[in-house]
Design a protein around this ligand. Structure first.
Ligand code: AMP
Ligand code: MG
Length: 332
């Protein structure tokens, strides 16, 4: 695997590789993405192959600020307001699709999930190319998403040829997804870093919140929302914070009980981990996947994780924790 660094020569090389239909793993502010030219079906097919992702799960299209994204999607008025406020940033909009976006990107849907990422390196790449990038998370399908280059390398070694090391992702969980397929009935498909009340405030109307589809759902109006997702290989079990931890288990807590000693990732050899020093939901989100990776590698029989608080600002993180802890096998 060739690892690129954040400098102009490497960014130019990445832009050429993408233009010739290659797949490159790139950092974004949410998680690392596995990027290819969204207008080139052969390049997009490589993403599905590398991730072993089912063809029924559509990809998010990433656009740059210099690109004319209205060539690829319709932009209703509410969408424009959200774009003006939250782009570049972790908000994906599901919008009516225009012809240049191929079927394989949208899994045949008449809509496209699109966002403008804020990460400076991802933006620097998009500034160098005339096409948008389809980019799902750079991990094997259904495993924990990557928040640093080492996660990408560990998960895709032998399958992926090109990776940009841009350090750790700042937000740490995937984008918030809002569908405007019905332009006057906005629907939250996936909670994420931007909370629903911030979106409602900008739109000036209510945002319906979609519940998880069950695993037995037929063709999905919004695929990729299966309950089991993002899971570690070790069984992950939600528990109350007061629950004891058996010796054979790893334990992930929201924050240390001892405020005098707020060390993060207390002691991997003791299999005891904290998502934050302070109990701040953004800090917990930033660290969640890193700690799930560490706990998964700890050799524990199972991982116990504190049930997150039932509060709006915890919605995105609680969604990822609940999905990672959902038991049973995936349909793919
Ligand atoms: P990610 O796994 O972060 O790459 O996000 C991809 C997810 O975005 C998919 O699994 C879907 O849930 C959602 N998505 C992308 N495109 C669409 C679309 N056209 N309609 C509905 N959901 C979409
Ligand atoms: Mg993913």
């Amino acid at each position: 695997m060739r690892i690129f660094s954040p400098n102009d020569a490497d960014l130019d090389a990445i832009a050429s590789l993408l233009a010739s239909g290659e797949v490159v793993a790139l950092p974004t502010e949410t998680v690392y993405g596995l990027a290819a030219n969204a207008l080139n079906p052969e390049a997009v097919a490589k993403i599905f192959d590398i991730k072993n992702r089912p063809a029924t799960n559509p990809l998010i299209v990433h656009t740059g600020s210099g690109q004319n994204y209205s060539e690829w999607v319709e932009i209703p008025e509410l969408a424009q307001r959200l774009i003006d406020t939250f782009w570049p940033g972790p908000l994906t909009l599901v919008l009516p699709r225009k012809t240049p976006i191929p079927d394989c990107v949208t899994a045949g849907l008449p809509t496209v999930g699109i966002r403008m990422p804020a990460h400076p390196l991802m933006r620097a790449v998009l500034d160098r190319i005339p096409f948008p990038l389809a980019a799902p998370s750079a991990n094997p399908s259904n495993y924990i998403s990557p928040t640093c280059a080492a996660h990408v390398k560990d998960g895709l070694e032998g399958k992926l040829q090109y990776l940009m090391d841009g350090g750790e992702c700042n937000l740490g969980i995937e984008s918030t997804i809002v569908s405007l397929r019905r332009p006057n009935d906005p629907l939250l498909l996936r909670p994420g870093p931007i909370p629903p009340d911030a979106i409602e405030k900008v739109m000036g109307c209510p945002l319906r919140i979609r519940q998880h589809s069950s695993l037995s759902d037929g063709p999905m109006d919004s695929p990729g929302q299966m309950k089991v997702h993002y899971s570690p290989r070790t069984p992950l079990i939600l528990v109350d914070p007061s629950e004891e931890t058996p010796a054979s288990c790893a334990r992930i807590r929201i924050q240390p009980e001892d405020a005098q000693n707020p060390a993060m990732v207390a002691n991997p050899s003791l299999r005891h981990f904290f998502l934050s020093a302070s109990g701040d939901p953004g800090e917990c989100a930033r660290h969640l996947y890193k700690i799930l990776h560490l706990a998964d590698q700890s050799g524990a029989d199972s991982i116990l994780i504190d049930r997150p608080p039932h509060k709006p600002e915890w919605l995105g993180l609680a969604d990822r924790i609940h999905r990672a802890a959902a038991s049973g096998s995936t349909p793919h």
